[in-house]
Design a protein around this ligand. Structure first.
Ligand SMILES: [Zn+2]
Length: 510
């Protein structure tokens, strides 16, 4: 008897098929679907409760049926022209062009429609939908809308990846909230610790979900970007409250996405301009037979025949390329370089000064960077003296070329080819890596002694000596470590911040 009773649905008395922890008995699927989370107080661990922690795929199924209904509802009430305006306002770009940008805009626009846009009576469409009795929505979709209509953009920071679909995050615009669970496969799979995203977020009682689209904010841009969110032109003296920032993000989300793209572009431009990226060439005429010059070259440890470099069509017949290594007298060039780029130990490898192309009546010296160029020309004078005569010099700013290319690419033009003129040698990979490392190293050398807003405008060095500020400095350094390690991973760059951590004496991070 007891068994039979336990097999019937506790609501409709038909045959129950699932155990219901809320009823402490059986429930049929129809009653479960119609009652869960509303008439029944479902515990988060129930696998049949889509807004609990154990029903990830069920939530996705409901999302799939909810979304078209939500789009239809919002478009019907605001009208198509207004909906298009909203997409441009709250999508991931103010000028959405690609399909994925437009799609992302639709997701965000639905949330804006339900959560922010109000009707003539001052109600959000989410409130209006409820007042109309949730027309067209089933129990699960109603619950979903109840939470979705409080969706807002914010900036989250990943603290820990918990699984392939879950991560533990904090809300950087609501620090008091502490850590919370975020369900989203894409976020969990593409993040590393301290990854940050500008995105629309919906909070459910037991987890949050990314809703709609946004973008990752790279660590190296974050501080500057966050400052820009807190202080705008109208408000230069006092930072906006985080709630105000959230409201602004909701109204101007696309602009803030564009702003980040602009920041990334500016950063790249500054980095490129700060590098000595001039490709320099000097031509010399031989005043003695080639053999005399070859004898001198063969006598110097700095030159090695570069067998890997193929001759270009414009190279004179009989040309031979030499690598000009920072060895012998050419090693003195390193006296002008930061210690990290000097190679005291031969096992660490030898740096490159440039290249020399010898042919029957002359040679050409190539370097990347003006400093190396001046040094190489002085060495030519020392090595070859009156045997040669300088006949011409030219240089091309590769930074300008790269920046020009950025400009044309953003207009969707095909990639710019090299402007008229002789073909330029490819930027040697080693040189590029060395330059990137030099830029980063210079940046972090200065960073230690420059005021940082996140630590009350103390310098990291000052903050390290201040016990009260130290925890915030640790946080700041975590972010930098994140950014640098991510970049090192992506660009295969042998660079880390261990030396900064050590120099600042941050034993907590060692
Ligand atoms: Zn039932």
């Amino acid at each position: 008897m007891i068994m039979a009773k336990n097999n019937t649905c506790g609501i409709c008395n038909r045959k129950g098929k699932r155990a219901c922890p809320a009823l402490e008995g059986m429930i049929c699927p129809a009653c479960c679907g119609a009652s869960r989370g509303s008439k029944l107080e479902c515990p988060p661990e129930c696998e049949h409760f889509p807004f609990g922690t154990e029903a990830y795929d069920l939530w996705l199924r409901i999302d799939g049926t909810w979304f078209p209904k939500a789009v239809e509802y919002v478009v019907k009430h605001v009208g198509e022209p207004r909906f298009r305006e909203i997409i441009e306002k709250v999508g991931t770009s103010t000028r959405p062009k690609r399909d994925d940008e437009i799609e992302a805009g639709i997701l965000n626009a639905v949330h804006y429609g339900l959560s922010v846009e109000t009707d003539d009576e001052g109600r959000t469409l989410g409130e209006r939908w409820e007042a109309e009795g949730w027309t067209g929505l089933n129990n699960d979709e109603r619950l979903m809308t109840l939470h979705r209509r409080h969706t807002r953009p914010t900036i989250i920071e990943v603290q820990e990846i918990l699984s392939e679909r879950a991560s533990e995050c904090t809300d950087l615009l609501d620090p008091a909230r502490g850590k919370f669970l975020v369900f989203d496969r894409a976020t969990a799979q593409r993040s590393v610790r301290f990854s940050r995203y500008l995105l629309w977020l919906t909070d459910y009682p037991h987890f949050s979900r990314t809703a709609g689209s946004g973008m990752e904010i790279p660590s190296h841009l974050y501080e500057e970007y966050f400052e820009e969110l807190l202080f705008d032109d109208a408000n230069e003296d006092a930072p906006k409250a985080f709630q105000v920032v959230k409201r602004d993000l909701a109204e101007r989300f696309a602009e803030y996405c564009d702003l980040q793209v602009d920041f990334a572009h500016d950063y790249r431009e500054r980095a490129l301009r700060s590098m000595d990226l001039k490709s320099c060439r000097a031509s010399y005429e031989l005043l003695v037979p080639r053999a005399t010059i070859e004898a001198i070259i063969n006598n110097k440890p700095d030159f090695e025949v570069n067998e890997g470099r193929e001759l270009e069509p414009a190279d004179p017949p009989g040309s031979v390329y030499f690598e000009w290594l920072r060895r012998g007298e050419a090693k003195q060039f390193e006296d002008s370089m930061p210690a990290a780029f000097q190679h005291d130990n031969p096992q660490d490898g030898v740096g490159i000064l440039g290249a020399l192309r010898l042919h029957d009546d002359g040679f050409l010296v190539e370097t990347l960077g003006e400093k190396k160029f001046e040094f190489a020309k002085a060495l030519v004078t020392r090595y070859f003296g009156s045997h040669v005569k300088l006949t011409g010099e030219e240089s091309t700013d590769l930074a300008e070329q790269l920046l020009d290319r950025d400009g044309t690419e953003s207009e969707d033009a095909p990639s710019a080819s090299t402007p008229d003129g002789p073909p330029h040698p490819e930027l040697p990979h080693d040189d590029m890596q060395e330059l990137m490392k030099q830029v980063l190293r210079n940046h972090y050398q200065k960073f230690m002694d420059e005021p940082v807003p996140m630590i009350d405008n103390l310098t990291p060095r000052q903050a390290a000596a201040d016990p009260e500020m130290r925890p915030r400095l640790i946080e700041l350094m975590k972010l930098h470590i994140h950014g640098v390690e991510e970049r090192a991973r992506d660009e295969n760059l042998a660079f880390d911040l261990d030396w900064v951590v050590k120099e600042l004496g941050l034993t907590e991070l060692q």
